[in-house]
Design a protein around this ligand. Structure first.
Ligand code: SAM
Ligand code: SF4
Ligand code: SF4
Length: 387
């Protein structure tokens, strides 16, 4: 297996991205921009999905996310007092839900490393949409601590789960996580989650050409018919440290053709608007979807932009709001939460920020407009903002 990254950048300084203060005029708009469950941006995209990063730390060092030579023990991880508390996260989340967010995903870094994360799940599970519905509350994890945490997460009210797994072969998997973590323990975690009824479970596999593409077919064979939806993700140019090159991307179209040679597939309709994955069902002998065999998804973030439907906001561990995975600046909501503003003012600030949103990086990728603007600006790291 080869791991070449000739353009690797080794940062010497704190590389976290810039932060914008929310203008006071946003507060004054409290009456005008009150939450009514329908908030759209400049391109008519409705705010529906909130991803919350609960830690910027991780016990893995996947080369596409937290390369080991950059994320050393001396890396400037966030100090504890800059993290949002569970109460602060829940209070902010409540304003997002009032504006139309129906789905919340906890992520990181590795979210199961955040102490007592199940208490946060319990608090978020009490939130209700303006229509009185419970949220779709989920979490993305590398699975290393899942066997230990699954029951507590289920009891706390987590609805479902996504586990990242980049291969079944133990040597390939240990090389991908780069901390020599055995694949068996992640599979045990998935099994434990399944046993406690924490489903539906999805498995995400980032595919890096020449590194773990040998695992595409074994992963598909393993999860076919298991009730678990396997999703293949194109390796993205997120952040500034992973040495991304287009040559390392295996386009989803190529991946689907590869699968089709052994496992015939039929295209399925999207389950909902803004869905990131294109769905493919396993075909039966008549070329129809065999529901018992299940389905896979492909997330073509690089080769097929889906910005036109992007309804996701991201809240970093320290309370900065990002409007795009590829943003270089966030909006400082922690400052507002800690400055004794009312809930109506927080809601107005969120409305002000989202209604001015123009982001569509994947549509612009490679163009001048897509480059981070201004002196020293860098794109935010995936481990800081969450996937
Ligand atoms: N640590 C958890 C995990 O790995 O599931 C949650 C955080 S991780 C940043 C969230 C997701 O982002 C994972 O599924 C991971 O594979 C994906 N990811 C990270 N870096 C990526 C990249 N450069 N391209 C595509 N996906 C990436
Ligand atoms: Fe950690 Fe997840 Fe990033 Fe891998 S992808 S380094 S598990 S945060
Ligand atoms: Fe959404 Fe930004 Fe990704 Fe486009 S590039 S889909 S706007 S996160």
């Amino acid at each position: 297996m080869s791991e070449t990254s000739p353009q690797r950048i080794i940062p010497l300084l704190d590389q976290r991205p810039g932060v914008l203060s929310v203008p006071l005029s946003a507060m004054a708009n409290a009456g005008l921009l009150s939450a009514n469950g329908l908030l759209t941006d400049t391109r008519g995209r409705q705010l529906q999905d909130l991803r919350i990063s609960v830690t910027d730390r991780c016990n893995f060092r996947c080369s596409y996310c937290m390369p080991k030579d950059v994320f050393t023990k001396d890396y400037p991880y966030l100090p504890h007092n800059s993290l949002l508390s569970f109460e602060e996260i829940t209070r902010l989340a409540r304003q997002f839900v009032a504006h139309g967010v129906q789905k919340i995903r906890l992520t990181g870094g590795e979210p199961l490393l955040r102490k007592n994360v199940e208490i946060l799940v319990e608090q978020l599970a009490t939130l209700r949409t303006p229509q009185g519905n419970a949220l779709d509350l989920t979490l993305t994890t590398n699975g290393a601590l899942l066997a230990r945490k699954a029951a507590a997460l289920k009891d706390a009210g987590l609805n479902r789960l996504t586990v990242s797994l980049d291969g079944l072969d133990d040597d390939v998997f240990r090389a991908m996580n780069n901390v020599d973590f055995p694949v068996r323990e992640v599979l045990d975690g998935i099994e434990a989650a399944h046993k406690v009824g924490l489903g539906p479970i999805k498995v995400n596999m980032v595919v890096k050409r020449g590194t773990n593409d040998s695992q595409i077919l074994p992963m598909a064979r393993h999860f076919k018919g298991s009730g678990i939806v396997l999703r293949f993700i194109e390796y993205m140019d997120v952040g500034a440290t992973n040495g991304w090159r287009m040559n390392d991307v295996l386009p989803s179209a190529e991946l689907v053709s590869l699968l089709q040679q052994e496992l015939p597939l039929v295209a399925l309709e999207p389950a909902q608007v803004g869905e990131t994955a294109q769905r493919w069902g396993y075909a039966d002998a008549n070329g129809l979807h065999d529901k018992a065999a299940g389905e896979i998804g492909v997330i073509s973030s690089v080769t097929q932009a889906f910005c036109s439907d992007c309804n996701r906001a991201r809240l970093s561990t320290e309370g900065q709001l990002y409007l795009c995975l590829f943003a270089s600046q966030g909006y400082n909501l922690r400052e507002l939460v800690r400055a004794a503003h009312t809930d109506a003012e927080l809601a107005a600030a969120i409305a002000h920020i989202w209604s001015g949103r123009t982001d569509r990086y994947s549509e612009l990728r490679g163009s001048e407009e897509a480059a981070p603007q201004g002196d020293g600006r860098r794109r935010v790291e995936m481990s800081y903002i969450g996937g």
